[in-house]
Design a protein around this ligand. Structure first.
Ligand code: IPD
Ligand code: CA
Ligand code: CA
Length: 262
């Protein structure tokens, strides 16, 4: 089954433009980085704004009728027919500090369903892409999530000031007391990509905005991961739990210990 031409054109544009803005972000970081605080532990840089402006310009230039939801400047009234979901830099703290765990994340939804996702990590030169029904790949090589039941899995976690800190600490406590282990990498998009790639068993965060995870969720889906929660609300965001098939049961029990997860 081939992809309809209008989707292919959008998917190709996304892959081309994320590379271009990846270079832009790296050169701004090197020459003239300006970091400001949006809130506690919530930074934005001139590179976030420049990358977003260029992405919006490229999308509007090619597809003027499409809606855009982008973290820093664009709010969409609703899901609409065609919705681009953009995080110009996911992992801004890592980016500003010189860690390579940050990425540009572009998702695209048609009638409320995410159709494709592109995550590009410029410092690592890793391009993760997936289109619904077409599989997921990293730099052109097909990816597959893990699936075997194993005693030890790595759970990637995220947290922000949008959610209760005590609940996060309790989850860390449960993981530490289980056979599994955890990491918090500071980029939800890249963490999801690493689950899709089979490097980690799963990812959980109590609240993500859709720009953090729209691309990552379709990439995980297409790599064979399972979602433990209902679909993300594209406008409001929500909790996200994805894991490979052999870990989903344990992951659900860790995240939601009182529920019957059978
Ligand atoms: C954040 C990162 C972080 C996640 C937060 C996000 P930003 O996005 O993805 O890993 O835990 O919930 O807000 O601010 O770096 O784009
Ligand atoms: Ca983000
Ligand atoms: Ca961001």
């Amino acid at each position: 089954m081939t992809m309809p031409a209008p989707l292919t054109a959008r998917f190709e544009l996304a892959q081309t433009v994320v590379r271009e803005v990846g270079s832009l972000a790296r050169s701004l970081r090197q020459s003239s980085l300006v970091v400001s605080e949006k809130g506690r532990q919530d930074w934005v840089t001139n590179a976030d704004l420049a990358v977003e402006a260029r992405l919006v310009e490229a999308i509007r230039g090619a597809f003027p009728g499409d809606a855009i939801l982008a973290e820093e400047t664009q709010r969409a009234a609703g899901e609409g027919e065609h919705l681009w979901i953009v995080d110009p830099i996911d992992g801004t703290t890592n980016f500003a500090e010189g860690l390579d765990l940050w990425a540009i994340s572009v998702g695209f939804a048609r009638k409320g369903r995410i159709e494709f996702g592109v995550i590009y990590a410029p410092d690592r030169d890793e391009m993760y892409v997936a289109a619904r029904g077409k599989g997921a790949s990293l730099n052109g090589v097909q990816m597959k999530a893990g699936d075997a039941s194993r005693r030890h899995n790595l759970v990637l976690l995220g947290r922000s000031n949008r959610t209760d800190h005590a609940a996060y600490l309790n989850l860390v406590d449960r993981i530490v007391k289980s056979d599994h282990d955890y990491r918090r990498l500071g980029s939800a998009a890249l963490s999801l990509a690493l689950v899709a790639r089979g490097v980690a068993g799963g990812y959980y965060e109590a609240h993500l905005n859709s720009w953090d995870c729209a691309a990552g969720l379709v990439i995980c889906d297409e790599a064979g991961c399972r979602s433990g929660l209902s679909d993300i609300d594209l406008i409001l965001g929500g909790p996200v739990l994805v894991a490979h098939a052999g870990f989903l049961g344990d992951a659900l029990a860790l995240v939601n210990p009182k529920a019957d997860n059978s």
